[in-house]
Design a protein around this ligand. Structure first.
Ligand SMILES: NC(=O)c1ccc[n+]([C@@H]2O[C@H](COP(=O)([O-])OP(=O)(O)OC[C@H]3O[C@@H](n4cnc5c(N)ncnc54)[C@H](OP(=O)(O)O)[C@@H]3O)[C@@H](O)[C@H]2O)c1
Length: 334
């Protein structure tokens, strides 16, 4: 182990990323300049959006340049602070952690983590980005009405596991799509009424129809790909399709997304198809996080984490999540 082993982007993946797209470089522990914090990393989050950050293609946020330090969400302890808002010993969360044991982060990006109400890493899962994404994509963009059928892909994952349980809490009828029988069984334990294993299904359209006998009113599309087509072909009149993520395109990220065209289907159903970005809901985060915490404390929200350990494990944890080998929110503990 070197002083501050840091993962640097070595090449842009042209297919499914592999750990070889990064290289581990020895770096010095950085100094925090004005307005920065030096933090000791406790947890790193590996998330699907990072697939876009390692692509040269246009995206909603700037990518990591070749030779650049890989960055993402993390939680750490403040070692030195050049901001009046933080002091050594504070535990903070930020989207600007390097994939390294010691990072400098802009103080303006950091928030203190409440480690009393929940373990620190909850801020990277059900109390943070995935939980808030589930909350707003379902309840705001999906605009469900009581009793409606909500179909959710990547249903056992960080977003999907929370979305299904919120649907149940709100009197909806959640149906899961997940990638193994074990994941489907766990989704049912969480409160999903039915589930489909998309990796063993030979007839996705028929399986969605069977699992959703009243049709699909809201589709939380966490994946794109063939699951999207199967949901579209089962959509009810005035259905709502929320495009939350496109992880099924991880191995063909920079290539055209070729599949069925649904213009006729959209016309017939008068469906609303809307892209979702969590950042658009920032002003309501506090209330949503309070709901999520309260549901968890009441035992209404169960969660599952998949934890890898050590700085060496970070790229591998990211890639296995893209391939669906994670079971629950993928985190790396340092
Ligand atoms: N728009 C936003 O603001 C926002 C914010 C957060 C997350 N998201 C999106 O939400 C989605 C879920 O993110 P997450 O953090 O909760 O990840 P996750 O579900 O914990 O992990 C990703 C899962 O995607 C599934 N998957 C991978 N390849 C697939 C394929 N070809 N077809 C179908 N499913 C596939 C796998 O589950 P199975 O084994 O079940 O297939 C895998 O476990 C991602 O697309 C992410 O980009 C969007």
């Amino acid at each position: 182990m070197t002083v501050n082993p840091s993962w640097v982007l070595r090449s842009h993946p042209t297919a499914m990323p592999t750990p070889d797209n990064w290289t581990l470089e020895d770096r010095a522990i950085p100094d925090a300049v004005d307005g920065e914090l030096l933090v000791k990393t406790m947890w790193l989050s590996v998330d699907p959006y990072m697939r876009g950050r390692i692509s040269p293609a246009k995206n909603y946020a700037a990518g990591i340049p070749l030779g650049g330090l890989m960055k993402g969400g993390g939680i750490g302890e403040v070692i030195a602070s050049n901001s009046p808002d933080f002091k050594p010993g504070d535990v903070v969360i930020s989207d600007y952690f390097g994939w390294q044991p010691f990072s400098t982060i802009p103080a303006g990006s950091a928030k203190i983590v409440d480690t009393v109400s929940a373990p620190a890493q909850a801020a990277l899962s059900y109390l943070g980005m995935p939980g808030l994404t589930a909350y707003f994509s379902l309840l705001k963009t999906g605009a469900p009405k009581e009793g409606e059928t909500v179909l959710i892909s990547a249903a056992s994952g960080a977003v999907g596991q929370i979305a299904g349980q919120i649907a149940r809490i709100r009197g909806l009828d959640p149906v899961a799509i997940a990638g193994t029988d074990t994941k489907v069984a766990w989704c049912k334990e969480l409160g999903y009424r039915a589930g489909i294993n998309h990796r063993t299904s030979t007839d996705l359209v028929g399986d969605v129809a069977a699992a959703c006998p009243n049709g699909v009113d809201v589709f939380l599309d966490n994946t794109a790909g063939p699951l999207h087509d199967a949901a579209m072909l089962n959509l009810n009149t005035f259905g709502r399709v929320v495009i939350v993520g496109t992880i099924a395109l991880a191995d063909k990220f920079d290539k055209p997304d070729i599949g069925m065209r649904h213009l006729r289907q959209t016309l017939i159903t008068r469906a609303r198809i809307q892209g979702f970005l969590l950042d658009d809901f920032e002003e309501d985060y506090t209330n949503a996080a309070a709901d999520l915490l309260s549901w968890h404390q009441q035992g209404l929200l169960k969660t599952r984490e998949d934890i890898a350990e050590g700085i060496e494990a970070v790229p591998g944890a990211f890639v296995r999540m893209l391939k669906g080998e994670n079971f629950g929110k993928q985190l790396v503990k340092l």
